[in-house]
Design a protein around this ligand. Structure first.
Ligand SMILES: [Zn+2]
Length: 380
C-alpha cells in the first residue's frame, strides 16, 4: 500500500503527529543580539522593540528573520502556526507585507496564519480601526489586540468584535500578561462576547493573572471561558522569563496560566512558543517539544500526561483550522519519530535525535546556524 514510500519500523517508540504552534511572533524573532532588554521585563521589552522596528525592520530584515525562524520550526516538526504581527501606527502593514511572500514560499511545509497585534486603545480611532480590520481581511488574517486595563475597554472591545463580525474574522487577543491580581481584563473580554453575541472563533493568550487572582474569582472566569467556547493558549517559557522579574531578587512565581483548572472546566487549552530570541523572551527556537517538556514540569501536567500532547497538536490545529495535528488513516503522514518509548523518557531528554517525516518522507531535520543572521546585527 505504501507504493514507493519508505517504511519506518518504530516498534514501541513514540510517534507523534506534526506540531501546531498557536502563538508565535515571527516578525520580532532573533532581534535580541542588536536589541537587548537590559531589565528583561515587559516594559523593557516594549521600549526596546519600538526603535528597532521603526529603524531596522525593512522587508528584507523581517523576511530573513521569519524564514530563519520557520526553518527552525520545520526542523523541530511544526506543520502549522499562527503568528502575531506588530501592527504599529507608523506603518501598520509593515510586517504583513513582509510576511505575504514568506507565507507563499512556505505553503505545503508550514501553514501560516497571521493575527494583528496592537493595543486595544488604538481601536479608539474609529477610522483607524476600520483600516486595520480591512487590511487584516485583505491578508486573510485574524483580528487581534492587546487588552490592557482601560477605562474605555468595554466600548473598545465591542468595537473590535463588531469589526470582526462585519468581516467574518476570527479574534485573538493578548490578555492579562501580568501577575497583578487586580488585572482581570479577561472578564471584560468575556462580557463583551456576551454583549455582542460575537459568534466567530475567539482565542485568548497568556492569562497569567488567573494564577494570582483570588481563587474563587479566577474559577468563575475560567468557567465562563469554557462556557463561551473561548480557546486559550498558555505561553509558559515567555511567562517564566518576564513575569515576577524583580532586580536582584529571585522569582517566586511561575507566571503560567492555571492550565489544569482551565482544562478541568472544559476549555480548549493549547500551549505555544510565543517570542523567541527577542526582548520579550531571550531564548527559544520554535521547538514545541521544548515548550511541551517545560510545560509538563512547570504545570504539573503529568498526572496523567497522556491528554497533554494534544495541547501542541490537535487542539491548536482545530483552532487554526489548517488541518494536521493528528494521526489518522487517510491523513497526511506528517510525523515525529522519537527514540523515547514512554513519556518519562521523552521528557527526560531534549529529543535532539527525533526524526521528522513530512508527507511520508524523512526530511533533513537540522536547524539553521545562528551565524547566518550575523549581518543583521549592526550594533558595530
Ligand atoms: Zn504573544
Amino acid at each position: 500500500m505504501s507504493g514507493d514510500l519508505p517504511v519506518f519500523d518504530r516498534a514501541r517508540r513514540q510517534v507523534w503527529p506534526g506540531l501546531v504552534d498557536l502563538h508565535v511572533h515571527l516578525d520580532k524573532g532573533h532581534i535580541l543580539p542588536r536589541c537587548p532588554n537590559p531589565s528583561a521585563d515587559f516594559e523593557g521589552a516594549l521600549a526596546a522593540v519600538r526603535p528597532d522596528r521603526e529603524v531596522r525592520w525593512t522587508d528584507d530584515d523581517i523576511r530573513r528573520r521569519m524564514d530563519f525562524a520557520l526553518r527552525c520550526a520545520y526542523a523541530h516538526g511544526t506543520v502549522a502556526l499562527r503568528t502575531h504581527l506588530d501592527t504599529a501606527q507608523d506603518d501598520p502593514e509593515r510586517s504583513w507585507r513582509a510576511l505575504a511572500p514568506v507565507r507563499d514560499a512556505w505553503a505545503g511545509r508550514i501553514a501560516i496564519e497571521a493575527s494583528a497585534l496592537l493595543p486595544i486603545s488604538h481601536y479608539g480611532d474609529i477610522e483607524y480601526g476600520r483600516r486595520i480590520a480591512d487590511m487584516v481581511a485583505r491578508h486573510g488574517g485574524v483580528l487581534g489586540a492587546v487588552v490592557y486595563p482601560d477605562a474605555d475597554a468595554d466600548a473598545l472591545l465591542d468595537r473590535v468584535f463588531a469589526l470582526a463580525a462585519e468581516r467574518g474574522l476570527a479574534v485573538d487577543m493578548h490578555v492579562d500578561e501580568t501577575l497583578d491580581p487586580s488585572v482581570d481584563a479577561v472578564d471584560r473580554v468575556l462580557d463583551a462576547l456576551e454583549r455582542t453575541g460575537f459568534a466567530g472563533p475567539v482565542t485568548l493568550g497568556h492569562l497569567c493573572s488567573l494564577s494570582s487572582r483570588p481563587a474563587c474569582e479566577a474559577e468563575r472566569s475560567m468557567a465562563r471561558i469554557a462556557d463561551l467556547g473561548v480557546a486559550v493558549v498558555s505561553l509558559p517559557l515567555c511567562n517564566l522569563f518576564l513575569q515576577d522579574r524583580v532586580p536582584g531578587r529571585s522569582p517566586r512565581l511561575r507566571g503560567v496560566a492555571p492550565i489544569l483548572e482551565l482544562a478541568a472546566h472544559g476549555a480548549a487549552v493549547s500551549i505555544a512558543s510565543d517570542n523567541t530570541r527577542d526582548p520579550f523572551h531571550a531564548y527559544g527556537d520554535l521547538d514545541l517539544i521544548e515548550v511541551f517538556r517545560a510545560a509538563v514540569r512547570l504545570g504539573h501536567l503529568d498526572l496523567p500526561v497522556a491528554p497533554w500532547p494534544a495541547a501542541v497538536t490537535s487542539t491548536p490545529a482545530a483552532v487554526i483550522g489548517a488541518g494536521g495535528g493528528r494521526i489518522a488513516v487517510g491523513a497526511t503522514a506528517d510525523l515525529i519519530l522519537f527514540s523515547a518509548r514512554r513519556f518519562d523518557e521523552l521528557i527526560a531528554r531534549p529529543q535532539a535525535d527525533r526524526r521528522i517525516v513530512r508527507q511520508g518522507r524523512e526530511i533533513d531535520a537540522a536547524a539553521p546556524d545562528f551565524s547566518e543572521l550575523d549581518d543583521l546585527d549592526d550594533r558595530a
